[in-house]
Design a protein around this ligand. Structure first.
Ligand code: 13P
Length: 336
């Protein structure tokens, strides 16, 4: 394991005021996002959209790393530069989603994540494109008996094996256990599920002897279900999230980069900000690795039209800047 190289990558990614952009939508998810603005998803429209986001002037002030989807590694900007190189030229570390999506785990509809087979070989190929970190997402649903012990155990094991393979191949692993926001559950139910999930993930990482100081964690926040009545407020989300992290996450982890998970862009920023305001003494850097909460306003402003590219980039840069402030607890809603 090339510790020095891994540490160097972490140093470039964990920078105060900055976070990670997730631009790794699979073809299926990209099609959904583009359909929301009535744009057909083709290789070219996906390239145009990635071009808008990834060539935004000034994004390097707030974004230290970008998670890409495999297709994007081989696509070029309007100026004919491969996207991973566009990022590197701006001092941004390119990374890649390496899981291969979800598959059924049991009759109860729970999922595990595909992609462990042949992962090491794939990582070696991706590295040739300049990527220095990877992402693997596991998902968990909340209901009466879920997430089940089986789902918690299986996904923790797979996340730890993935992280180990990343280290062996010189990539920093982003470990992403996402407890889904879908449903009517209370924040207390979300707390319990998230605590069980995170505890199992770190136990599995330790069992596999994965160096936690060379990993990044991308968790969901502890939050009420999207359809819950009386959803918990910003303060409560921040308090419960901090309590959960304190109970489960080892101090040697360098950084926690939340996903947005279906929160509105403003909600996600407000929550991140409050967590940083209340969590000043936490041992980790606390930042973002949002996809939707960074990109949604840009997508809406763009509408697939060349004349709106600048408006799309402005909208993206605004979210990046406000989330950058939120990593320092300096965001206020009147900045919107
Ligand atoms: P969201 O921020 O849209 O939840 O996406 C983060 C992500 O990368 C999901 O894997």
């Amino acid at each position: 394991m090339d510790e020095e190289k891994l540490q160097e990558t972490i140093n470039k990614m964990v920078i105060r005021g900055r976070g990670i952009l997730a631009a790794d939508e699979s073809e299926k998810t990209a099609a959904k996002r583009l359909a929301s603005i009535n744009v057909e998803s083709t290789e070219e429209t996906r390239r145009q959209y990635r071009n808008l986001i990834l060539t935004t002037p000034g994004m390097e002030n707030y974004i230290s790393g970008v998670i890409l989807f495999e297709e994007t590694l081989h696509q070029e900007s309007d100026s004919g530069v491969l996207f991973p190189e566009v990022l590197q030229e701006n001092g941004i570390v390119p990374g890649i989603k390496v899981d291969q999506g979800l598959a059924d785990l049991n009759e109860g509809g729970e999922k595990y994540t595909k992609g462990l087979e042949g992962l090491g070989e794939r990582l070696q190929v991706y590295k040739k494109s300049g990527v220095r970190f990877a992402k693997w997402r596991a998902v968990y649903t909340i209901s009466k008996n879920r997430p089940s012990a089986e789902a918690i155990k299986r996904n923790a094991r797979d996340l730890s094996l993935y992280a180990k393979i990343c280290h062996e191949n010189g990539l920093v692993p982003i470990v992403e256990p996402e407890v889904l926001i879908d449903g009517t559950h209370s924040i207390e139910q979300c707390y319990e599920a998230t605590e069980n999930v995170l505890r199992a993930v770190f136990e599995a990482l330790k069992r596999e002897k994965v160096r936690i100081d060379l990993c990044l964690l991308k968790p969901s926040m502890v939050i009420s279900g999207k359809e819950a009545v009386n959803r918990a407020d910003v303060d409560e989300v921040a308090k419960q999230t901090i309590k959960c992290l304190r109970a489960t996450v080892p101090a040697e982890l360098p950084s926690i980069n939340f996903l947005s998970g279906g929160q509105t862009p403003i909600e996600a920023t407000a929550h991140l900000n409050r967590i940083n305001m209340l969590g000043e003494d936490l041992p980790w850097y606390i930042s973002f690795s949002f996809a939707r909460a960074l990109q949604e306003p840009a997508l809406k402003a763009w509408q697939g039209k060349q004349e709106n590219v600048k408006a799309g980039q402005d909208a993206f840069l605004k979210r990046a800047r406000l989330n950058g402030l939120a990593t320092q607890g300096k965001y206020r809603e009147d900045m919107e």
